[in-house]
Design a protein around this ligand. Structure first.
Ligand code: NDP
Length: 339
């Protein structure tokens, strides 16, 4: 059985979802309530593959909200993730994806040191960040969207915002190994990490967002921002492809302008309907077919019987592993979503 650990994007989102599900008493509660709420299994899932095989899974809502980080409630955030992992393991789930901020909290707070959760010793082989598949899907989105919207990759300036992160660095590694492009602009806050990445890649320019935006033909957003930033469309080149893989989204505002193409980054479309409710809750356009690539990774590992932490740690994703997960992604019927 596979599992998915997820969370909602904000307190407002959590309130809206609670109301929509008929839990009016929760919908009126503030952050304190969500800080004390235990993890819950809120969905039972059946997924069919193009190969004909069928798997079952569970969705664990961690009740973590990004406001907990913004409000320095780090201990609460840690408790949410460890409790959700223990809950998944207690329910016998073989392989569980740590969606959105779950894996970021695990790594940033070094939770590998805290694997004893009450009477459960967490077995990290049962968990995957899902980031290898997410990075693979984003590079496929770059390739397919540039073809669709008439941008010649060989002449393109590509910016990766969040380049030194787990997904961002994997995207950069793939691009430098497999893609012909003009320039790669590396953006994040910590300059030392960006320079290290640049040395490993042997290509790319470390810069800031203000400098990168007007130069870029393609911008990949994979920064771990608890809240998105407002983007002024007039700063952007035309045409320009924006691939926002953040969860919550890195771009706060909805951008609609001629020549600007916004892609839902790191999202896959399945070829067959999935029997579940949760993608409706995160406002996917086609909730039976569209899902986060990290969640799809745990499905792929279950389909293949690879019960191992395929994606783990930070900045270890190789091009070979992206290719490996990409091959089984296609085999089971997933494809990158191009809006
Ligand atoms: P990491 O924590 O590994 O990396 C985050 C990167 O963002 C780092 O380079 C960090 O560098 C940078 N960053 C953080 N804040 C800012 C900022 N304000 N401005 C510029 N750069 C910033 O995260 P992941 O790679 O694991 O995840 C990245 C995003 O992808 C997250 O939003 C996550 O929720 C989302 N995600 C989406 C998935 C999907 O299926 N679509 C799956 C998994 C994750 P620095 O701190 O130096 O700024």
């Amino acid at each position: 059985m596979f599992g998915l650990i997820g969370h909602l994007t904000s307190l407002d989102h959590a309130k809206a979802v609670a109301r929509r599900l008929g839990f009016d008493e929760y919908a009126d509660q503030g952050l304190e309530f969500w800080c004390s709420a235990p993890p819950q299994i809120v969905d039972e899932i059946t997924v069919k593959s193009l190969t004909g095989s069928e798997i079952k899974g569970l969705y664990v809502e961690s009740c973590f909200l990004p406001e907990m980080l913004a409000g320095n409630r780090f201990k609460t955030a840690i408790r949410k993730i460890l409790n959700a992992m223990a809950h998944a393991q207690k329910h016998g789930i073989d392989i569980t994806a740590l969606g959105g901020f779950s894996s970021i909290i695990f790594e940033n707070f070094n939770l590998a040191q805290l694997l004893q959760v009450r009477n459960i010793q967490l077995d990290i082989q049962r968990f995957t960040t899902g980031n290898t598949h997410t990075a693979y899907i984003i590079v496929r989105q770059i390739e397919e969207a540039s073809r669709k919207f008439g941008i010649d990759l060989a002449k393109a300036v590509i910016t990766v915002c969040g380049a030194s992160g787990d997904i961002g660095s994997a995207v950069c590694r793939w691009l430098t190994a497999n893609t012909d492009f003009r320039e790669l602009l590396l953006v994040a806050r910590n300059q030392e990490k960006l320079h290290n990445l640049r040395s490993q890649l042997g290509r790319g320019k470390v810069t800031d967002l203000a400098h990168a935006l007007p130069l870029s033909d393609i911008i990949v957003w994979v920064a771990s921002m608890a809240k998105g930033m407002a983007i002024n469309v007039n700063q952007l080149k035309r045409p320009c492809i924006l691939i926002d893989g953040g969860y919550p989204k890195n771009m706060e505002n909805t951008i609609s302008a001629d020549g600007i193409y916004v892609i839902n980054g790191g999202i896959v479309e399945h070829s067959l309907d999935i029997d579940w409710k949760i993608m409706d809750i995160v406002n996917m356009a086609a909730p039976a077919r569209h899902l986060f690539a990290c969640f799809a990774e745990s499905m792929l590992l279950e389909f293949e019987g690879w019960h191992t932490n395929f994606s783990w740690g930070r900045n270890q994703i190789t091009v070979d592993k992206m290719q490996q997960i990409g091959t089984v992604s296609i085999k089971h019927g997933f494809r990158p979503l191009i809006g």
